[in-house]
Design a protein around this ligand. Sequence first.
Ligand code: PEP
Length: 252
Amino acid sequence: MNRKPFIAGNWKMNKTIKDAIELINGLKRNLSDIEYVDIAVCPPFTALSDAREILMDSNIKLGAQNLYWEEEGAYTGEVSAVMLKDVGCEFVIIGHSERRKYFNETNEGVNKKIRAALSVELIPIVCVGETLEQREQGKTFDVVKDHITGALTGLSNDDVLKLVIAYEPVWAIGTGKTATPEQAQEVHVHIRKLLSELYNEETAQSIRIQYGGSVKPENIKELMSQPDIDGALVGGASLKLDSFVEIVKGSS
Ligand code: PEP
């Protein structure tokens, strides 16, 4: 199955509007001729509107880092799927390990957020992955299965075909420790097997699975050489123009 590579930058809680504009202008200058990779940036909420202005009619897509599942109402501090769509997002990261860890996000919440995103045709980038302790206890496959089955509960085959999944071992996020290409490939194969059991083989082969965890210009080629790694969700290295450009260019 020919899955187009997809590189997304998760900026987390970084960059003022001015800094975001500078980086996005730089990305546009350097990546406008890239057709062989899908590219997205996920700035903080405050920079989405300006980012949209710059990226309109560009090959670089816009994503957000979170949403709340209700449509509107008295939910102080939250942002809905409709609002993200309104500001020009095509993607939204859901279930990032930092949200699971610091904001008590659960599989049930992740499932509700995915449904909210799909209801307005936002594409969820669904994050799954084990902690170091869980890996050392040999629980990696169980944790990934729990995250996948929890996230996808009740979703139809058509719904699931719209998703992107990001395998992000928590021990590799922001630590400089990357999973080896073989370690990542092994889990990606496991995820595809789960998708095939939950849906069917064609669906499992169609869905793009990104790897995330200390992806850098130096390791992107090796990671992408694995047959089941279809791209990357990039944190730290997406904050600098040169490194994100190199990662995108190195990913095909
Ligand atoms: C992430 O936040 O999704 C991530 C993978 O971060 P980093 O690339 O910094 O490890």
